[in-house]
Design a protein around this ligand. Structure first.
Ligand code: GDP
Length: 421
């Protein structure tokens, strides 16, 4: 039996209209993942229109037309295979829920493809997304300088835009030497799967090749057990079944577990994944597990399951580094927006603004600032209005990142530096 390929989540990021969707479509198409019935339908249409060849551009245009007519076609499973990996394209920053999903772990990205149009160069959202990716801990990146067809595959223009991107990535703290820069046309398929003969001056990898140089995420099995609870079911004949994703550590049948903040404990009687019983669950596994001694109403979404000898940390307050993404006025002490961390959503009060910092170097720009505005990075102290589990990002990364939401938008993103239990 063929060995299952390792899985990598990749976020497609970049300024609006620079070609993210087109590149996603192109990757799926080249990997043979556009459903056969859709291909067949479009092939027929192409023939009827007297087209000799049937190209990706044709598929994209038809898909776009259908979308515009309100027909959604599901090419959205967004999974494809390279030589080495199974890749899932996750939503990109800028899409409303990305940051939240990224932080809650629903779409934790292991790497990003940054799309920058060769004609436009670096734009506002390019910067924003790069910045966000860094904050969210996406350490691996591939840069596609896209729409090369629009600049006649000009090497000089490519180098110019590459320089802009290098500057930006360095500023935010990426190691640019490890990042492949690739001149592409998502529309025409240049340097996506196959090397393009239109860029003879380019000797680097294609997008598919670059994807295969990514490092798979490490499985944090040696860290303490943390399972943020997504839902709690009560199943007759079984009992209480919390559901969630193992973020760190290993859960075994027979383990004694504790749920924080409520502090209730029980014993794991069974674990199930994809409707199959399993004996042990590892990081990344989405599981339901039956716990004896815990009632359905004892625990809820946002609680975190761990082992009693190293239980999840309930924070009285916590210190965090945040980046203010968008706030119409200013953040001051007393501001109490909602913090989204793992599966928890808890209103937290800004009790101290400790310092404003340079997001790229961490150098202090101002001690005890009076307020924070959009674009500011700062170290602050937050106090949850009810008990909540967070962990230091250095120790348990998935439980150390959060988004701050207010007024229907993501106001800030942050990382937990220290916790007062
Ligand atoms: P997104 O907003 O970043 O997802 O951008 P889209 O993928 O929707 O692309 C925006 C527009 O640019 C669409 O009209 C695409 O057809 C076009 N486009 C995308 N990639 C290329 C490319 O490589 N070359 C050219 N000429 N146009 C492209």
């Amino acid at each position: 039996m063929a060995k299952e390929k390792e899985h990598i989540n990749v976020a497609m990021i970049g300024h609006v209209d620079h070609g993210k969707s087109t590149l996603i479509g192109r990757l799926l198409y080249e990997a043979g993942e556009i459903p056969e019935h859709i291909i067949e339908k479009y092939r027929k249409e192409a023939q009827e229109k007297g087209k000799a060849t049937f190209e990706f551009a044709w598929v994209m245009d038809r898909l776009k037309e259908e979308r515009e007519r309100g027909i959604t076609i599901d090419v959205a499973h967004r999974k494809f295979k390279t030589q080495k990996y199974e890749i899932t394209i996750v939503d990109c920053p800028g899409h409303r829920d990305f940051i939240k999903n990224m932080i809650t772990g629903a779409s934790q990205a292991d790497a990003a493809i940054l799309v920058v149009a060769a004609d436009d160069g670096v734009q506002a959202q390019t910067k924003e997304h790069v910045f966000l990716s860094r904050t969210l801990g996406i350490n691996q990146m591939i840069v596609a300088i896209n729409k090369m067809d629009k600049v006649n595959y000009d090497q000089k223009r490519y180098e110019e835009v590459k320089e802009q991107v290098v500057k930006l990535l360095k500023m935010v703290g990426y190691k640019v030497d490890e990042i492949p820069f690739i001149p592409t046309s998502a529309y025409n398929g240049d340097n996506v799967l196959k090397k393009s003969d239109k860029t003879p001056w380019y000797n680097g990898p294609t997008i598919f090749e670059a994807l295969d140089t990514l490092k798979p995420p490490e499985k944090p099995v040696d860290k303490p057990l943390r399972i943020p609870i997504q839902d709690v079911y009560s199943i007759s004949g079984v009992g209480t079944v919390p559901v969630g994703r193992v973020e760190t550590g290993v859960l075994k049948v027979g383990d004694k577990v504790i749920f924080e903040p409520p502090g209730v404990s029980g014993e794991v009687k069974s674990i199930e994944m994809h409707h199959e019983p399993i004996k042990e669950a590892y990081p990344g596994d989405n599981i339901g597990f039956n716990v004896r001694g815990v009632g359905k109403n004892d625990i809820r979404r946002g609680d975190v399951c761990g082992h009693p000898d190293n239980p999840p940390t309930v924070a009285r307050d916590f210190t965090a580094q945040i980046i203010v993404l968008q706030h119409p006025t200013a953040i001051t002490v007393g501001y109490t927006p909602v913090v989204h961390a793992h599966t928890a959503q808890v209103a937290c009060k800004f009790v101290e603004l400790l310092k404003k910092i340079d997001p790229r170097t961490g150098q202090v720009k101002e001690e005890n600032p009076q307020f924070l505005k959009t674009g500011d990075a700062a170290v602050v102290k937050l106090e949850p209005t009810r008990p909540m589990v967070v962990e230091k990002v250095k120790e348990i990364p998935p439980l150390g990142r959060f988004a701050i939401r207010d007024m229907g938008m993501t106001v800030a993103a942050g990382m937990v530096l220290d916790v007062t239990p």
